[in-house]
Design a protein around this ligand. Structure first.
Ligand code: ZN
Length: 242
């Protein structure tokens, strides 16, 4: 099987996205699947949407994309996220708004036997978080493919369901066992929340999956956010990785 990269939750962070794309190029991969949330939080929503549209083979819809495209009410967003979405709605071009609106919630890719979703296979449009063994076990029932890639929580992991029914979490690397199934959270390119501020994504190779971390110039992004008047909390959390 040809190797590929899975990226998620770019959140309008162009510096992080560019660093990740460079890392993918160094690995000589040209197949990229993107799991949603092009925009929200960060200062470059138009640029990120356009770069992703150009470079990713598949793009999915995330909850921030939906909100920025004016298609969801903002009740479920915290005040900082809400402020960023309102700013994004103002600066997003009509073409990019239309494009985000057109994205699907899930995709299946036959040749790789993978299922792609932003939040959860169980209820893709309800934006639940899948973060523990209990939820992983339930969600393994909701896709038929061998591997499901998802994002949304910004915390990367590889959850392996063995043929004996045991679930093991891996946090940086996993050899692929032909008899296991997997749920893989690709983490977040543009706003990691696992304590490591490096942009996260997943490299899938023939016999392994690796959660990569890529450093980028966070200060450039933070300065752009200050200029745009985006909330302090969002600016600070990039350097904390929280
Ligand atoms: Zn997100």
């Amino acid at each position: 099987m040809k190797p590929f990269a899975v990226i998620s939750d770019v959140h309008a962070n162009l510096e992080a996205l560019s660093a990740v794309l460079k890392d993918i190029e160094r690995e000589k991969l040209d197949t990229i699947f993107f799991l949603g949330d092009s925009v929200g939080y960060g200062p470059d929503p138009n640029e990120c949407t356009e770069v992703l549209r150009d470079r990713a083979r598949i793009l999915l819809l995330g909850n921030h994309d939906l909100a920025a495209a004016g298609k969801s009410d903002l009740t479920f967003f915290n005040p900082a996220a809400k402020a960023a979405i309102k700013w994004t709605i103002e600066v997003l071009s009509n073409e990019n708004t239309e494009f985000l609106r057109s994205l699907p919630l899930t995709e299946k890719i036959k040749e790789y036997d993978v299922f792609l979703v932003h939040a959860t296979p169980e209820e893709p449009g309800q934006w639940h978080y899948l973060t523990n063994e209990y939820n992983a076990r339930i969600n393994f029932e909701y896709f038929d493919e061998r591997i499901c890639f998802l994002g949304h929580s910004h915390i990367p992991f590889i959850a392996e369901l063995s043929s004996a029914g045991e679930i093991t979490f891996h946090y940086s690397y996993a050899e692929i066992d032909e008899t296991s199934r997997y749920i893989v959270n690709a983490g977040s390119v543009g706003q990691p929340r696992d304590g490591d501020p490096g942009a996260a994504y997943v490299l899938f190779k023939e016999n392994s999956m690796e959660i990569r971390r890529v450093s980028y110039d966070i200060v450039i992004t933070q300065n752009k956010m200050k200029k745009a008047g985006l909330p302090e909390d969002l600016i600070y959390r990039l350097s904390a990785g929280r």
